[in-house]
Ligand binder design. Structure first.
Ligand code: FES
Length: 164
């Protein structure tokens, strides 16, 4: 596949934020990761059209920009919600009801399962052991760990975030 074959299925994005980001760095390949970090922070993901513009301005091949964008876990090519919710599905959490917690969260957010709500408020995902098995089942909301989460506590947990 050549660079010209890369399609951009997402809607066009506002490049004003991108221009401000690009103005902070030298226009060369050495700036790529810093620019992508700022794009991820500003847009909450790496939109295709923005990546293509980054490729042009920094004069880095599109394939390289997309390769870097998919390599690091801190980057996402999919839109991310304002609030990130990780449900631990490791063994300890699983045996203590993580699946029911996951289903309850998905129901509250009117989703079928992991993903991002249409209003970009919440991203729901499953993760393997987050290293707090004694607190199972664990839900991590942004960076805060919630211990022994019960399905009936899920609604309250989401309300706390909405109120912010
Ligand atoms: S299995 Fe969930 S924290 Fe270890």
């Amino acid at each position: 596949m050549s660079n010209a074959d890369i399609v951009t299925p997402q809607a066009a994005h506002d490049f004003t934020k991108l221009e401000k980001i690009l103005a902070k760095y030298p226009r060369n390949e050495a700036s790529l990761i810093m620019v992508l970090q700022d794009v991820q922070d500003e847009y909450r993901f790496l939109p295709c059209d923005v990546l293509i513009e980054v490729s042009k301005v920094l004069d880095v091949p599109k394939a390289k920009v997309f390769a870097v964008g998919t390599f690091y876990k801190a980057f996402s090519l999919e839109p991310q919600g304002r609030v990130n919710i990780k449900v631990c599905m490791g063994t300890a959490c699983h045996v203590r009801g993580a699946q029911m917690v996951m289903e309850s969260l998905a129901r509250e957010l009117e989703m079928d399962g992991p993903g991002t709500t249409k209003d970009l408020e919440f991203t729901l995902e499953t993760v393997n052991c987050v290293g707090a098995c004694g607190m199972a089942p664990v839900v991590v909301v942004d960076d805060k760990y919630h211990a022994e989460v019960k399905p009936e506590r899920v609604e309250k947990l989401l309300k706390t975030k909405e109120a912010k």
